[in-house]
Design a protein around this ligand. Structure first.
Ligand code: NAI
Ligand code: MG
Length: 353
């Protein structure tokens, strides 16, 4: 029997609502599998913690997290705190230092759910989006001078390193290689951005030579939005920079159904540090406390966590149960259903057997 210690960090807004669902589903899955046990410890970091202590996480927060096998995260962000403070205070304060340099976002249409756009057929979308998660446009380089003057200036510098690009490209090619289509699309903007993104393109070419069985094509990010809508079946594995994939993954989720089902994993492939699993959506202030949040994004992320820990049977059980509730129409309003968060969770837990 393998024992896993999981840090559960519900955070803000609908985070606690959807993480409670994910934990219920994980507990049932462990009961059914009988090959592993899960121990959850709740970590109370988030905006309430910030308001009482002045920081989103304690100074020794990273040391605390390193005791765990994985982190299950909800969302961070509050209406009365600047988003740049909450995001850098918690999520980006974990992703970078824990070297979770891969952000993995699978997207597929769940059975019975109609894609948002008429040109997209459900079977057309079965993608894995690989986002560079440690540098690029979100490296935190820049500053502000002459505050308040007419000539106030701010810089936001993108950082692209040979090491950073090479490791994300390798991961993306390996991911593409593991899938039936063995096809990778490299997203870039190496025409207008002529330094960092040109290095990005060059390294993609270099790494592609190590993977002769994977076909690669390249897309400029603007044209990529059009291809995702008009020729979705031509895509499989997609790799892009931190900013580009942040945007494209929201588009992908919306095309496939709803941001409420989108799942993600922040992975340290070297397994030196725990990886962090979280729904793609944020705090969703507009529906917080109403009990109607779609829990599937958090549940899907929980399944990715089991998969990463090596519990393939457990993750398969959850994926099958997700398909079942969608087929049965047991879904929340964002997917056209009538159930609330609790009812979807109950239906899903019931179908794990
Ligand atoms: P959001 O994802 O919170 O909400 C966007 C829209 O999608 C809202 O109308 C919301 O009701 C809906 N939605 C989101 N999740 C849903 C779910 N599970 N079920 C049903 N509907 C759902 O994005 P928004 O409004 O841009 O940001 C709100 C706050 O969340 C901000 O403070 C932002 O910084 C933060 N945020 C945090 C993220 C994270 O922790 N990873 C990611 C995105 C935003
Ligand atoms: Mg985003």
């Amino acid at each position: 029997m393998v024992h896993y210690k999981i840090a559960s960090m519900p955070g803000d807004g609908i985070g606690p609502e959807v993480i409670a669902s994910a934990i219920e589903v994980l507990k049932k899955t462990a009961d059914v599998c009988k090959t592993f046990t899960l121990e959850f410890e709740e970590i109370p970091w988030g905006t309430a913690f910030y308001k009482s202590t002045g920081a989103y996480m304690p100074a020794d927060g990273l040391t605390t997290l390193k005791r765990f096998d994985a982190v299950l995260f909800g969302a961070v962000g509050a209406p009365d705190v600047l988003d740049s403070i909450s995001l850098w205070g918690l999520l980006l304060a974990m992703r970078g230092p824990l070297q979770q340099y891969v952000n993995l976002r699978p997207v597929r249409c769940l059975p019975g759910i109609q894609p948002a756009v008429r040109s997209v057929k459900p079977e057309d979308i079965d993608w894995v989006l690989v986002r560079e998660n440690s540098e690029g446009e979100y490296a935190g380089q820049g500053g502000r001078s002459h505050r308040g003057f007419e000539w106030e200036v701010a810089t936001e510098v993108g950082i692209f390193t040979r090491k950073g690009i090479t490791r994300i490209m390798k991961y993306a090619f390996e991911t593409a290689q593991s899938r039936p289509k063995k096809h990778l699309t490299v997203v870039s903007k190496g025409n207008a951005q002529r330094y960092g993104l040109v290095l990005w393109d060059e390294i993609a070419e270099e790494v592609s030579k190590e993977f002769p069985d994977v076909t690669m094509d390249k897309m400029l990010v603007d044209a990529m939005t059009v291809r995702m809508v008009h020729r979705p079946a031509s895509l499989d594995t997609i790799v892009g920079t931190n900013l580009h994939m942040d945007i494209l993954s929201d588009l992908a989720a919306a095309l496939a159904a709803s941001i409420g089902i989108a799942a993600s994993a922040n992975i340290d492939p070297t397994r030196t540090n725990p990886s962090l699993f979280e729904p793609v959506h944020g705090s969703a202030f507009d529906i917080t406390g109403k009990g109607i949040a779609d829990p599937l994004g958090a549940i899907w992320s929980a399944a990715m966590m089991l998969e990463f820990l090596g519990e393939k049977k457990g993750s398969s059980l959850i994926y099958a149960a997700m398909d079942q509730v969608c087929k049965d129409g047991n879904v929340t309003g964002d997917l056209g259903g009538k159930l609330n968060t609790k009812q979807v969770t109950e239906a899903l837990v019931k179908s794990i057997a």
